[in-house]
Design a binder for this molecule. Structure first.
Ligand code: HEM
Length: 187
């Protein structure tokens, strides 16, 4: 089994949990849920993606995360809060972080299609999803998966990196939901 296949299998449950937290059964519940997703993605691109790309000295990936942050800021219509880069334990862990973040581009088209079917979704800003979908379609993601398999990082540490991305996103989803509830109650 290639390391990419192994990471996919090992993080499947985390992917499902994270997807359910943001997306539910039929897509983003409303514009606020979509914005919570975008904010959480901004947090992980800034704190984990840039750190992983820097640790591996991957300038193209650094550019990918920076472009993602610009797109996210545009879609959210506001400057993004500064986030501190997380320190990663090893290059293998960094590969796992990059796997989760770059691999997420594979789901971007599904998210875009689903948005276009929702009554509020047609007006949603989708620069980030277009950036992610474009990355997947351009061949750059395939190239990354090839480099990942060739580098053959330690599977345990890489899995830890992938899990770190999903767990950080899940925490952000729960915090975002709690904040939205508090806001509702205060009204
Ligand atoms: C929010 C709702 C999400 C949906 C509906 C979704 C959907 C999908 C779909 C349909 C695929 C497979 C596409 C294909 O094989 O052509 C995929 C792959 C993937 N997604 Fe997601 N995704 C979501 C969120 C995320 C998030 C937040 C992450 C992590 C940042 C993520 C990480 C991944 C990874 C790593 C893969 C590639 C697995 C592989 O083939 O190795 N996804 N996603």
């Amino acid at each position: 089994m290639s390391i990419r296949q192994e990471l996919k299998a090992r993080s499947r449950a985390r992917h499902e949990d994270t997807e359910a937290l943001f997306w539910g059964d039929a897509g983003f519940a409303d514009a606020q849920a979509y914005a919570r997703y975008l904010r959480a993605m901004a947090h992980v691109h800034g704190s984990l993606g840039l750190a992983a790309a820097a640790l591996r000295g991957d300038l193209a990936e650094t550019r990918h995360h920076r472009d993602a942050l610009v797109a996210l800021s545009r879609d959210l219509g506001q400057a993004l809060p500064a986030v501190s880069p997380r320190s990663l334990a090893s290059e293998s862990e960094a590969w796992g972080v990059s796997y989760a973040l770059l691999g997420s581009c594979l789901g971007a088209q599904v998210l875009s299609r689903s948005l276009s079917t929702l009554p509020w979704g047609a007006a949603a800003a989708t620069t980030y999803l277009a950036h992610a979908g474009g990355f997947a379609k351009s061949g750059a993601l395939k190239q990354f998966f090839g480099a990942l398999d060739a580098a053959a990082p330690d599977a345990e540490q890489a899995t830890q990196g992938a899990h770190l991305v999903f767990d950080t996103l899940s925490e952000a989803a729960l915090a975002g939901r709690a904040a939205a509830k508090t806001g509702e109650m205060a009204q």
